[in-house]
Design a binder for this molecule. Sequence first.
Ligand SMILES: [Zn+2]
Length: 525
Amino acid sequence: MLDVAIRGGTVVDGLGGSSVLTDVGIKDGRIAALGRPLGRARGSIDAGGCIVAPGFIDIHTHSDFTLPVRPAAEAKLRQGVTTDVTGNCGFSPFPLGADDAARLHGDFFEPGLVERWAGLASYADALTELNPGINVAPLVGLGAVRLAVMGEESGPAGPGQRGRMRKHVERAMDDGAFGVSSGLVYPPGCYADLEELADLAAPAGAAGGIYATHLRNEASFLEDALEEALAVGRRADCPVHVSHHKAVGRSNHGCVQRTLGLIDEANRDGQDVTLDAYPYTAGSSTLMSVVPARYQAGGVEALRRRLAAPDLRTEIAKATRTEATFDLEQIVLASVPSRPELAARPLAEAAADDGTTPEELALRLIEVDGAAVVSLAFGMAEEDVRAVLAHPHCSVGSDGWVMSADAEPHPHPRNLSYTARLLGRYVRDERVLSLTEAIRKLSALPADRLRLQERGRIVAGAVADLVVLDLEQLRDHASYTAPCRYPGGIEWVLLAGRIAVEAGELTGVRAGRVLVRAGSGAASR
Ligand SMILES: [Zn+2]
């Protein structure tokens, strides 16, 4: 007898083929049968009028910082997400070095997370203890690795330091990591040169992992930055994955046509290159990222000391205005711990109220709150977003993190609604993508990138991570002005056959696991 039967739905298998009206039978956590009629089952889900899809795999998240604080992962389950890929943009809450700064690295994702871990194994043990609501597929952040070995030093790594960084990467790969990531705009990861990056991506590649990268530049030097990433991959013999691909700033709009061409060319030449994107024209990050990295060398304290010198402050303000990736007029403050009333206010408006310039207000806020000031930045062209989303090698992720709708003052709506935005707006309403192709980008495509061959697809024998959704009702209620809303239309979510969302509500079942890379030798948890 089956454990669960999902009856009457239209099955989209995640592999990009056509959709089929059929039933899905689940036994022992796996898809045991597909077809009609299925035999008897202990439980039954009426999916009439709904789409049955593989549980969504969010290929780009920072949830490793927030899951230990919010393990139920409500915001992800309510979007139909069953697996978050973590450790992106050079950030991960491990490895922990001797330097105290490592305890603050990435704290803007979750100021409540005070703990950091020696390595992936102890992090995964701690998270497993908490019964996470979703699965986690971890990368290790090269920013965190550099911080563990070199602290906030900004110079090139010496041979001994490189050797120790490599050891950290090798250990994380042995512990089941899916690869490494770099965040080449964030200190101290941005101080790594091509050689260092290749040296650290090599053990990831040798173990069957990927090199995911937040490029060094996403504006006027986007092509150079992509060339660097491709060179790292070639030198390291490691597959390259370009994170949240975009071109920022009006004068760079359209540039993604050239970068997508370069990615195609690299693949034609035999290199393995993929990418991801989120379905929005605004990004979000710590406001610190508007300050050129050279002024951040040595960390927040060092930046504060520089700002205390009047001449240097003027210089930093000027550089912030002229060099910031995002136009300061396009920045909206999302979260300012010391001045919560500024949430949702455009930086330029708030600056005018304070009788100062946007760059000076940004520096004042950073002086007080450091990296914890989070902002939204509207810098992309809608046409570019569509072109990137439609690229066949582009998975769709959120670049968000597990949060609660009531806990964040003014989050980016992608945290609560990216799947509904893709499937509601870009598939149903505007037909930028077909439904089967969009679901492939949310499931099998990211799964294959991580060699998760048992997930992200509806085939006999696969793990029964599934979502049942009502496409007509699917709405991204979260907007830039009112972001704290869950989407409608996500009806049922199952992890390994266990029902986590039932008729749109959480059941309290928390069946997530920390996944390990196939062939890593690490014991599955
Ligand atoms: Zn990033």
